[in-house]
Design a protein around this ligand. Structure first.
Ligand code: URA
Length: 210
């Protein structure tokens, strides 16, 4: 597993406004989208391309285009939805699948409550969107779900992460071709499972409390 923390003053500036408890929901949503576009740029460095012959006004030349099969973007419901638009802006030809993960209150294991994905992901590059990598339980389960369907190349893009969650992913996904791209790596998780300093509950700040 590879971890890449995007280190850019624009990302840190936008993250600071995002973290601020006084930032209202509409600004929060717009910033998540902007941050996602910046993180998508980092996260798609390894996107597969194929050569294509074109003609410029001056001469023929060889360029590249995104290869088939098209990349698959998988936002994890609900907070990952806030990142989707920022990603599709940059990779408009990608396909989008959906995964809803929740914790089973009896077993405490993450379970899939919604799924709209191709049955066979062999050869597909998958980009999983989940803003907060906290314990890592649901992200690990989502990535394992994609690997079981045949995906061999998974990149997860998260706005913030806790070291505990990264360590859990390292342990669960050892030996797999997985890249984690982060806006920032925070200090720790608190006793309630929130990332510190973090930004609070990303889903609530995007969509309100339900
Ligand atoms: N999920 C969130 O939305 N925030 C956290 O701090 C941890 C998990």
């Amino acid at each position: 597993m590879r971890v890449h923390v995007a280190d850019h003053p624009l990302i840190t500036h936008k993250l600071t406004v995002l973290r601020d408890v006084n930032t209202p929901s509409p600004v929060f949503r717009a910033l998540v989208e902007e941050l996602m576009t910046l993180l998508a740029y980092e996260g798609t460095r390894g996107v597969k391309v194929e050569p294509v012959e074109i003609q410029t006004p001056v001469s023929p030349t060889t360029g590249v285009r995104i290869a088939e099969p098209r990349p698959l973007i998988v936002p994890i419901l609900r907070a990952g939805l806030g990142m989707l638009e920022g990603m599709t802006k940059l990779v408009p030809t990608a396909e989008v699948g959906f995964l809803g993960m929740a914790r089973n209150e009896e077993t405490l294991e993450p379970t899939t409550y919604a799924e709209r994905l191709p049955d066979d992901l062999t050869g597909r590059q998958c980009f999983v969107l989940d803003p907060m990598l906290a314990t890592g339980g649901s992200l690990a389960a989502a990535i394992e779900f994609l690997l079981k369907r045949g995906a061999t190349d998974v990149t997860a893009i998260c706005i913030l992460a806790a070291p505990e969650g990264l360590a859990f992913l390292e342990q669960e996904l050892e030996g797999h071709d997985v890249t984690i791209v982060l806006g920032a790596l925070d200090e720790r998780l608190n006793e309630l499972g929130y990332i510190v300093p973090g930004l609070g509950d990303a889903g609530d700040r995007l969509y309100g409390t339900v």
